[in-house]
Design a protein around this ligand. Structure first.
Ligand SMILES: Nc1nc2c(ncn2[C@@H]2O[C@H](COP(=O)(O)OP(=O)(O)OP(=O)(O)O)[C@@H](O)[C@H]2O)c(=O)[nH]1
Ligand SMILES: [Mg+2]
Length: 448
């Protein structure tokens, strides 16, 4: 059965189907957050362990996967080492090997699996309806954010563990957020929300962390209050065009390859336009990704071809083939910034003219390892490309995960996807709930 990755559910891409709220987004629980906002239901109904076992059985009934023998974890178990993903190829801007061909490691009902299970269950997901790749992706995201989390959670707990949050504690939390790349503006807002809460009541450590998580989720989801749709799936049965922009080296082309993979796996007819005609090897690079994801690439083999002309041809091809998702790769660098912006504007004009009925999304790719510097670059693109969302890449590296909050706060744009690795499966739709859990959760507690 097809798992629709954009909607995070099986068979969810029916013609004309209008999405209900995505399963990946838990119902918001705004003001009531004195008690921990995480749903507790699974812990009382046989616990996460049962949920995880059922999920594993369902996964195996759909696709046989090797299960490694691990001792069944119990409530007292100290957490084992974090999930180690398959080794990745060394970074290479022109992918020649296919890191995605590395077979997934045998699945184990270990601490990492249980953590993923808890995160999925907390969002109201049923164990029969999760995909194995959801589990492995969550583990990868958690591992990617591991460094930031370890720095953050331990210190946060020790601050809030000292008793009711006082002024000094709030200042220490402020420092921690700034060190995690959350940025001044978002930090100010988060601290203001936290202080407002503390004025109302004193919070024990767990509740303070739970409340902080709620504030972070609200910050990340704020664009949904400003008119951006929470659902982000290409519309079936019609042309969607996603223009992928960003400065050089942030991961645009790699992201296109990963998006093409998600799209074709999720049952969408997809096409790629190789509109980075500036860099000599760019077309070849995107073609490699096209082969990996089994998606055709429209390119113009001539030298110094006009990228807008490539986009024009690609739209024609997309319309002729009934393509549902056209991904447009763009250059990250031209002779100068003004030229690049002019080129993007021209591409955008062609899209609006030639595909006036298409649903167009303009997505800025940001390299999370660049921290606040990446944000400055973003402001320039925002004008030229009429941005509608952000894709945050390289969360697996030295990035400090807090930058996601700065991105949303500073740009007012929703994060639509996050990348945490160079493999084809290392990019998935963004969920504030999962992100915040990966950033701030302490170790899984299993109520068996
Ligand atoms: N670790 C890690 N590396 C990534 C990720 N995404 C992309 N990369 C790497 O970043 C490098 C640049 O990626 P590209 O996709 O070529 O970037 P680009 O934005 O298309 O670059 P230009 O075409 O030069 O503008 C490559 O080595 C990728 O493998 C990620 O999520 N994690
Ligand atoms: Mg590129």
């Amino acid at each position: 059965m097809v798992f629709n990755w954009f909607r995070r559910k099986f068979g969810g891409g029916g013609e004309g189907e209008e999405p209900t709220e995505t399963a990946a987004s838990p119902a918001p629980e705004p003001e009531s957050a004195t008690a921990p906002p995480e749903p507790e239901a699974q812990k009382t109904e046989g616990g996460i362990l049962n949920w995880a076992k059922t999920a594993l059985q369902s996964i195996q009934s759909r696709e046989p996967v090797a299960v490694t023998e691990t001792a069944t974890p119990d409530a007292e178990a100290t957490p084992v080492a974090e999930f180690a993903p398959p080794p990745q190829e060394a970074p290479s801007p022109e992918p020649t090997d296919a890191p995605e061909t590395v077979e997934a490691a045998p699945i184990a009902l270990d601490e990492g699996f249980l953590w993923s299970a808890e995160v999925l269950a907390a969002q109201g997901r049923r164990p029969e309806e999760v995909d194995l790749e959801e589990i492995t992706w969550l583990q990868r995201l958690r591992q990617g954010l591991g460094k930031t989390r370890r720095g953050l959670v331990h210190q946060l707990r020790s601050i809030v563990g000292q008793g009711p949050l006082g002024r000094d504690a709030v200042e220490e939390i402020e420092m921690l957020l700034l060190q995690s790349d959350v940025g001044v503006k978002a930090t100010d807002q988060i601290i203001a929300a936290l202080q407002a809460k503390i004025r109302q009541e004193t919070l024990p450590a767990d509740q303070a962390i739970a409340y902080l998580k709620q504030i972070l989720r609200d910050t990340l989801d704020a664009p949904f209050q400003q008119g951006y749709a929470q659902d982000f799936a290409p519309k079936k049965g019609r042309l969607n065009i996603w223009l992928i922009t960003g400065v050089n080296g942030v991961g645009k082309t790699t992201t296109i390859g990963k998006l093409a993979h998600i799209a074709s796996q999720s049952g969408y007819r997809c096409l790629i336009a190789a509109a980075d005609t500036f860099r000599a090897a760019a077309t070849e690079q995107v073609k490699v990704w096209g082969q990996r994801s089994h998606v055709e690439v429209i390119a113009n083999p001539g030298k110094n071809t006009d990228p807008a002309a490539v986009v024009f041809d690609a739209i024609g091809a997309a319309e002729a083939r009934g393509t549902e998702l056209l991904l447009v790769d763009t250059a990250g660098r031209l002779q100068n910034k003004a030229n690049l912006m002019e080129e993007l504007k021209k591409i955008r004009r062609i899209i609006d003219k030639k595909a006036s009925n298409a649903t167009v999304e303009s997505l800025l790719v940001l390299d999370a390892t660049l921290g606040q510097n990446g944000l400055r670059q973003a402001q320039v693109f925002a004008e030229a490309a009429q941005l509608t969302g952000v894709i945050l890449t390289k969360l697996d590296g030295t990035a400090k995960g807090g930058v996601a909050l700065a991105v949303v706060q500073e740009l007012g744009l929703p994060i639509r996807f996050v990348g945490a690795g160079e493999g084809i499966k290392d990019l998935r739709p963004f969920s504030s709930f999962e992100f915040v859990e990966a950033l701030l959760s302490s170790d899984v507690e299993v109520a068996a």
